[in-house]
Ligand binder design. Structure first.
Ligand SMILES: *Cc1c(COP(=O)(O)O)cnc(C)c1O
Length: 217
């Protein structure tokens, strides 16, 4: 990660490593905390709800999975950032719970850059249509964009998607009249390319923890 930052001429302080602990037990979280990691990512509310209370407190948890509206209450309570907002109706549901607890929730908007049918997230065209309405919700703060690049064995194949997300972030910042700070992109196989293309958050699981245990029932 440091090497990728140097190659890209970027200060490593500007890239946050989010340790993705899905399917991993709390012990692995503790080990990662001992190594200095503070930002963690989970993709299922049910799993996170059971795990987070067993982990050291004062960690920053990002939700990175597909969020259903009936899980917004738990998401709003357990997570410091929701990276996977993909509709105005979902944002409104989060707004409701944030308002009740009197806090403002930072979110990223998930973009399906390549328009893959297997993935969630806004189509780039649809993003612009809802961006301002999401940002206008008083307890929601749009901090940036998130994407999962199309999977390919060659990380170079992900570069166009990362570059497109960066361009979209700039366009969104212009539309909102204030630059968006965060770009969450890059996973174990392609985080170096993502850093070169401007990622501020990389979400890494297997490269940190080894292969994932199967998902608990
Ligand atoms: C699992 C997951 C990751 C991490 O994937 P690895 O290939 O294990 O690094 C990143 N982002 C999301 C949204 C994920 O679900």
């Amino acid at each position: 990660m440091i090497a990728a930052c140097c190659r890209a001429g970027r200060d490593p302080e500007t890239v946050r490593l989010l340790a993705v602990t899905k399917n991993q037990p709390p012990d692995r979280v503790r080990e990662a905390v001992d190594l200095g990691l503070r930002w963690f990512g989970e993709n299922r509310i049910q799993e996170a709800k059971a795990k987070i209370p067993l982990c050291p407190s004062h960690l920053h948890w990002h939700f990175i999975g597909h969020l259903q509206s009936n899980k917004c209450r738990d998401a709003a309570h357990g997570f410091s950032v929701i990276e996977s907002v993909d509709s105005l109706s979902l944002a409104r549901e989060l707004e409701k719970w944030a308002a009740r607890s009197g806090k403002k929730i930072p979110v990223l908007l998930e973009v399906n850059v390549a328009g893959e049918s297997s993935k969630f997230g806004y189509r780039p065209e649809a993003l612009r249509a809802e961006l301002e309405a999401v940002n206008a919700l008083p307890h929601i703060e749009v901090r940036g964009l998130m994407t999962l690049a199309p999977w390919a064995p060659d990380p170079e194949k992900a570069r166009p998607a990362f570059r497109r997300l960066r361009e979209l972030k700039e366009e969104c910042g212009c539309a909102l009249g204030a630059p968006l700070p965060e770009l969450s992109m890059g996973m174990s196989g392609d985080f170096e390319v993502a850093i070169e293309e401007g990622a501020t958050i990389i979400r890494v699981g297997t490269a940190l923890f080894g292969s994932r245990p199967p998902r608990a029932p």
